[in-house]
Design a protein around this ligand. Structure first.
Ligand SMILES: Cc1cc2nc3c(=O)[nH]c(=O)nc-3n(C[C@H](O)[C@H](O)[C@H](O)COP(=O)(O)OP(=O)(O)OC[C@H]3O[C@@H](n4cnc5c(N)ncnc54)[C@H](O)[C@@H]3O)c2cc1C
Length: 380
């Protein structure tokens, strides 16, 4: 693995950084306060080609690699954690499953508009009674003639309120061993019977749109099945492997934002007649923060590089997600500590970073589930 970023990757980093500083960061505090999703940011990201980074040009993408995509997630997440989450979910959960498992017709119909930034998509796996145990899905899809009739409920689905379609997982039968057959189905959000409510009052990532979806006798053509109808379960496991790289990158971005603010504040704040950055206790905190962020970033790049080079990357993606999210929590917590009482106030932003980063230890598989995945992959 080459540890130097390529010219293209550096160009993407500089371009996204400049864009995020101008077009995303100035809105972050207000979006958090009002719990609003900023459509305008996504329109602009679409115009810049950011929503199609990891997809080939023939599908409306920019033909970039996973490292470039991870860099973009980090930069957007550094500017606003909630916008970063919606950006990562749009690509890793909304668009990627169609790219990896869809037919040519499905790619033309659904992937191309997403990669071009003209539409958003969602991924509806989680249900009120099926979270970590996603195999416990209760949503059912029954084949009637040429249509699937879907009934069920999904919760906490990112971007669903702005999505053109949601990929939902549903039970379509039973195997000989008694296990459920789970199928992924593309459901246009305009279909009669689809009800989407986005009224959750979240702790953090409040600039991302999060919704409950109720499906009542929703009819979609059987051509909307995504990939092999008997392999929906393994498809979503593979989708989550890729998604974990982006959650790890987002964690790095949020941690970097908190660290930079803490470093700046430490240099400015004076106590006992000197800048607090002169105290070794503060210096060591900042040194640990810088080191841990760098370690996490390297894990992200390694997992992304493995994916780009068609090598197994599930273990590294889980490690990157686990380490980066827990590291991010430690870093944001220390950033508040370095700010003292001011860090507890909203105007310094570091308390927002702590609220935002907490989701990274929960979404796309909790820390406990990452440890489970890693244990299995190291042969426990
Ligand atoms: C803001 C937000 C956005 C989200 N976006 C999406 C989305 O776009 N699409 C989607 O499908 N889902 C989404 N989710 C759902 C998310 O993926 C789930 O919350 C997550 O997978 C955990 O499921 P759960 O919340 O039901 O927790 P549970 O599974 O109920 O877990 C509760 C606790 O038990 C632990 N636990 C569970 N099983 C085990 C075990 N076997 N061993 C040890 N510990 C265990 C967990 O680690 C956790 O600490 C989102 C959630 C949030 C909050």
């Amino acid at each position: 693995m080459n540890f130097e970023l390529t010219k293209e990757q550096l160009m993407i980093r500089d371009m996204v950084r400049e864009f995020a500083e101008k077009e995303i960061a100035p809105y972050a505090r207000n979006l958090d306060e009002t719990s609003s999703f900023r459509v305008e940011s996504f329109k602009k990201m679409g115009e810049l080609g950011l929503l199609g980074i990891p997809f080939p040009e023939e599908y409306g993408g920019s033909g970039g690699d996973t490292i470039s995509y991870a860099i973009a997630v980090e930069e957007i997440g550094k500017a606003c954690g909630g916008t970063g989450l919606s950006y990562a979910a749009a690509i890793s959960l909304g668009a990627s499953p169609i790219y990896y498992f869809g037919t040519e017709e499905q790619k033309q119909e659904w992937l191309v508009p997403m990669a071009q930034g003209k539409a958003l998509g969602s991924f509806g796996l989680t249900e009120p009674n099926a979270g970590s145990d996603a195999g416990g899905t209760r949503t059912k899809a029954v084949l009637e003639g040429d249509e699937y009739v879907i009934n069920g409920e999904k919760c906490w689905i990112t971007n669903a309120g702005y999505a053109r379609q949601v990929i939902v997982t549903a039970v379509t039968g039973e195997r000989e061993d008694g296990k459920k057959i789970i199928t992924s189905i593309i459901v246009p959000t305009e279909t009669p019977g689809v009800k989407i409510n986005c009224n959750y009052d979240k702790m953090g990532v409040r600039a991302s749109n999060t919704c409950e979806i109720v499906l009542e006798n929703v009819r979609v053509p059987k051509e909307n099945v995504l990939g092999d109808e008997k392999r929906g379960f393994s498809q979503f496991l593979s989708t989550l492997d890729g998604g974990r790289i982006s959650i790890a990158a987002l964690s790095v971005g949020i941690a970097q934002a908190a660290y930079e603010k803490a470093l700046q504040y430490a240099k400015e704040r004076e106590q006992f007649g000197t800048s607090i950055s002169k105290f070794q206790a503060i210096q060591f905190k900042l040194a640990d923060m810088a080191m841990e962020i760098e370690l996490a970033r390297n894990l992200v790049y390694k997992a992304a590089w493995l994916k780009d080079n068609k090598k197994p990357f599930g273990k590294e993606a889980a490690m990157a997600k686990l380490f980066a999210s827990e590291m991010g929590f430690r870093v944001c917590n220390q950033a508040i500590q370095i700010h003292g009482g001011y860090g507890y106030m909203k105007e310094y932003d570091v308390e927002r970073h702590l609220r935002d980063i907490k989701l990274m230890e929960i979404g796309e598989g909790t820390s406990e589930i990452q440890r489970l995945v890693i244990s299995r992959l190291i042969g426990c």
